[in-house]
Every structure is written in structure tokens, then in C-alpha cells.
Design a protein around this ligand. Structure first.
Ligand code: NAD
Length: 478
């Protein structure tokens, strides 16, 4: 698990590690450091993984759910014992700070523990029957083989929050991690195998989305697909999966707004906005990318936010004291820089930031942003916040909801009535009052509305099991 020597990443198929290196991943903070050598799978790897998952399903399904949970619990303890190494690997492959990476690995450990407990609780219900001497009840059954397709920005947390409910419910899995972050998923798999997960229950195929992901999505052996990533990819997966009646869950992008009202302390509001917008290098689906401030606080807020931005200097995530890591790769940097150019061309004022050294991008703050501007409408996925000025809470809510996305949204105010009105009217899946738009608890349902989500099922919390199970109704006459 060391980040100093390249990790040999392999596919996991039927309990065997296979595949030769076809590419590499470098540390975004240290371009000369090769973090991992990675195979690139093709249709035959997907076929073998699906076959292994299919063969493992009957045995795994028959394993009592508490026993399945016990394996997750053991995996949690094994990962906990290696937490610092796993965090260093995550930091090296994705670039986020060691503090953020450690928090993310801890999150994965806690998710495994949480769903281990769910093994004791996955239950149907008993119902009154219309006929005498008849028992009527429901059971939650696993779906079969499920495909899990994950993005690069949470290399271990997102795979875990899909995998843990899928496994504890009795499904077998083929996972396709993002190509930029192959190591963290391998660390998770190593812990699960060592904890006693039978061969074939979890399979991993690395490789390009258009090859491995596409083959998975279109294979009739896959009963359900859980995807987190961009809207464009998600819509293609939805079309293909739904056409053959596979169950599909999509969690996608955001253009998350934070409303700041006149009564807010501008320094506190700026710290909330910066945490949401610059934490994780702005590379979070729940990142704050718009602030909608009423005019009485607007100027003082912008001054405070500019000071915050200047304090979030980017650096090597592994160096002590770094608050913000590099952008994940050159392609994402180019996206960020192009949006910074677009913002200037559209007439917004760049108050601070936007300059970069290699992949280290200084957080950018724009003012004078208008609702029609692209930087107010499109997901950037970088440390860029645009501030819009409004006259009232009414106008703020209209603007906050004027988005194709609806993932998270926040408000900073001490006015309880205003906060609760915002909570009622915000068209989002998660509302944060006086807290950053990022950061969610693992025991609470998570997901978006509008183009942020397929809106079918929520992830996280005990309801996450619903996506991975179906109800069967049983009538028993005696
Ligand atoms: P992406 O859509 O490019 O890739 C996501 C995954 O899909 C990767 O594993 C990729 O290889 C795979 N993929 C690509 N093409 C595919 C295809 N044709 N068929 C099947 N799979 C395919 O997204 P990304 O750049 O990795 O992640 C960033 C995006 O993820 C952002 O939009 C962000 O908002 C979103 N995200 C959402 C959440 C959430 O919970 N809502 C969480 C994190 C990230």
C-alpha cells in the first residue's frame, strides 16, 4: 500500500488477481512519482468477471445476512489497521490533502461498520391476510449481479457506499473504478478478501469507461447498475440500462448554491462558502459553486471570501499544513482555467485567484455574476465560486432554484423563519443551514433532484439497501 513504490493494480476476477500493466497513474502533486501501474480491461475481462459473479451468487445469497455483515465488519477492522497507508495511497493518486484522505478512509471504515449492522436488520414485513389460516409477509431479496461504476473524486468512499449495501443484501458485484484512482479500490478489495469474502462475490475490472463500463451496462447478466459521475455519462447509462429493464441508479453533478442573508456574519459566511467551495479542491459534487448574497452583506462577504481564498493556497497534499491539494489532472485543470476565462469574457469580475503553477490552482472568486452566465449555470468541478447579488430572500430562492441541477444547497442566516422557508423551497436533495454544502453523514440518505440524480433511490443510510433488493410477497396457508 506504499505510495513510494508504484502499486501494481490488477483486475480481480473470481478471486484471482489478473492483468498486466497497460498504463500508469502519477501523483498530481509530484509529476515524477508513478503511483500505480494499471491494466486496461476489455470485453473478455468483463465477460469473465460477470461469469464469476453469476457463479458466486447462489452461495452468497444463501449466506445469512448477519454472516455477510460479519465479513464487512472484519474488513472494516482490517482497513482501520491500515488506515494511514490507505490514506497516503489515496492522497497520492487523487491529490487531496492527507487530512481529507484520512477522513475519507475513515468514512469507508465507518460505512463498512454501518452496513455490517444492517445485516441484522434487512427485513420485510408481516401483513394481515384476507383468508383465514394464512400468513402474509414480504422478504427483501437480492437482485443478482450488480455493476458499480464510480468516479475519481472520492476514490474509496463512493466505492464503499455502493459496495457495502450491495454485498450485505446478498448481491454479487462487478465494479469498474475510475481510471485515475485504481489503488484505493484495490485496498478496499484486499481488506474484504482477507476478511473472508468468497471468490467471485466482488470482481473488479479496470479500464476505459467506453469499453469496460459500456460492456457492463449492456450485458443482460447485470440486474442493476449504480453509477456516480457526470450527467453526460449517466444519461447514456440510463438509456442503455433502462432499455433492457435493468434497475439504474444515477448520482451526478451539481451547481450548488449557498444563500447568504443580510443578518449573517460575513466572516462566518465566507468560511462556510470557502469550506464548501475550496475544500477537496472544489472537486466535490456538492461543492459550493454559486453564492447568492443579499445586498446588505454582499460587499463585506466578498471581501471576507477573498481573504479566505487567499488563505487556501494549493500545495502538495502530503505536506504538513497544506489546506488544498492540486487539481486531479491536466484535463480537469484545463476545464477549470477555461471556465475562469469564460467568466472574465462574460463580464464577471475576478476578485482573486485563477492563477496556477502546474496543477496547483489558486482558488478563484468572481463577483458581478449574472444568472445567465455559463459560470453561474454549468458545473466546473474546481475551486471557483461565483457571487451573485440579490435584493431579497424571495429573489435568492428563485435564483438558487434556477438550475438544471439540484444536489445540495445551503443558507447562512440566524433568521429561523428564513432558513426554514429556504429548506422548504430549495429544489435540492440535501439542505445545509449554516453549514458547508459539502460533507454528509453516512447514516443519512443522500442524493439529488433534477439532473443531479435519476431520483429513483437514495444512497447511504439504511435506505441504501432498497436499491439492491426487491420485495417478494409470500402467502402461506396452513
Ligand atoms: P465520468 O462520468 O467521466 O466517469 C464516471 C465513471 O463512469 C468512471 O468510472 C468512468 O470510467 C465511467 N464511464 C465513462 N464512460 C462510460 C460509459 N460510456 N459507460 C459506462 N461507464 C462509463 O465522471 P468523473 O469525471 O469520474 O466524475 C466527476 C463527476 O461525478 C462530476 O460531474 C461530479 O459532480 C460527479 N459526482 C457526483 C456525485 C454524487 O453523489 N452526486 C459524487 C461524486 C461525483
Amino acid at each position: 500500500m506504499s505510495a513510494s513504490a508504484p502499486v501494481r493494480v490488477q483486475h480481480l476476477i473470481g478471486g484471482e488477481w489478473t492483468g498486466s500493466p497497460a498504463g500508469e497513474r502519477r501523483n498530481p502533486a509530484r509529476g515524477d512519482e508513478i503511483v500505480a501501474e494499471i491494466p486496461s480491461g476489455g470485453p473478455s475481462d468483463v465477460d469473465a468477471a460477470l461469469q464469476a459473479a453469476q457463479e458466486a451468487f447462489p452461495g452468497w445469497r444463501r449466506t445469512p445476512a448477519p454472516a455477510r455483515g460479519a465479513i464487512l465488519m472484519r474488513a472494516a477492522e482490517l482497513l482501520a489497521a491500515r488506515r494511514d497507508e490507505a490514506a497516503r495511497d489515496l492522497c497520492a493518486e487523487e491529490g487531496k490533502t492527507l487530512t481529507e484522505a484520512t477522513g475519507e478512509v475513515q468514512r469507508a471504515i465507518d460505512i463498512l461498520r454501518f452496513f455490517a449492522g444492517e445485516g441484522w436488520r434487512i427485513a420485510g414485513e408481516s401483513l394481515p391476510a384476507s383468508l383465514p389460516s394464512t400468513h402474509l409477509y414480504t422478504v427483501k431479496e437480492p437482485l443478482g449481479v450488480v455493476a458499480l461504476i464510480t468516479p475519481w473524486n472520492f476514490p474509496i468512499a463512493i466505492p464503499t457506499w455502493k459496495l457495502a449495501p450491495a454485498l450485505v443484501s446478498g448481491n454479487t458485484v462487478v465494479m469498474k473504478p475510475a481510471t485515475l484512482v485504481p489503488v484505493s479500490v484495490q485496498n478496499l478489495a484486499l481488506a474484504l478478501l482477507e476478511a473472508g469474502l468468497p471468490p467471485g462475490v466482488l470482481n473488479i475490472v479496470h479500464g476505459r469507461g467506453s469499453v469496460v463500463g459500456d460492456a457492463l451496462v449492456n450485458d443482460p447478466r447485470v440486474a442493476a447498475i449504480s453509477f456516480t459521475g457526470s450527467v453526460q455519462t449517466g444519461l447514456g447509462i440510463h438509456a442503455a440500462g433502462s432499455a433492457r429493464l435493468a434497475r439504474v441508479q444515477l448520482e451526478m453533478g451539481g451547481k450548488n448554491a449557498l444563500v447568504v442573508l443580510d443578518d449573517a456574519d460575513p466572516e462566518f459566511a465566507a468560511s462556510v462558502a470557502a469550506q464548501g467551495g475550496f475544500g477537496l479542491t472544489g472537486q466535490a459534487c456538492t461543492a459550493t459553486s454559486r453564492v447568492i448574497a443579499t445586498r446588505g452583506v454582499h460587499d463585506r462577504f466578498v471581501e471576507a471570501l477573498a481573504r479566505e481564498a487567499e488563505a487556501w493556497r494549493p500545495g502538495d497534499g502530503q505536506a504538513a499544513g497544506t489546506r488544498m491539494g492540486p487539481v486531479v489532472d491536466r484535463s480537469q485543470l484545463e476545464t477549470d482555467l477555461s471556465y475562469i476565462d469564460v467568466g472574465k469574457q462574460e463580464g464577471a469580475e475576478l476578485v482573486t485567484g485563477g492563477d496556477c503553477d502546474d496543477l496547483f490552482l489558486c482558488p478563484a472568486v468572481f463577483t458581478g455574476v449574472k444568472p445567465a452566465m455559463r459560470i453561474a449555470r454549468e458545473e466546473i468541478f474546481g475551486p471557483v465560486i461565483g457571487v451573485l447579488a440579490v435584493d431579497s430572500l424571495d429573489e435568492a430562492i428563485v435564483l438558487a432554484n434556477d438550475s438544471e441541477f439540484g444536489l445540495s444547497g445551503g443558507i447562512v442566516t440566524n433568521d429561523m423563519r428564513a432558513a426554514m422557508r429556504y429548506a422548504d423551497e430549495a429544489e435540492v436533495g440535501v439542505v445545509k443551514i449554516n453549514r458547508a454544502t459539502t460533507g454528509v453523514d453516512l447514516n443519512a440518505p443522500f442524493g439529488g433532484v433534477k439532473s443531479s440524480s435519476s431520483g429513483t433511490y437514495r444512497e447511504q443510510g439504511n435506505v441504501a439497501v432498497d436499491f439492491y433488493t426487491r420485495l417478494k410477497t409470500v402467502y402461506l396457508g396452513t
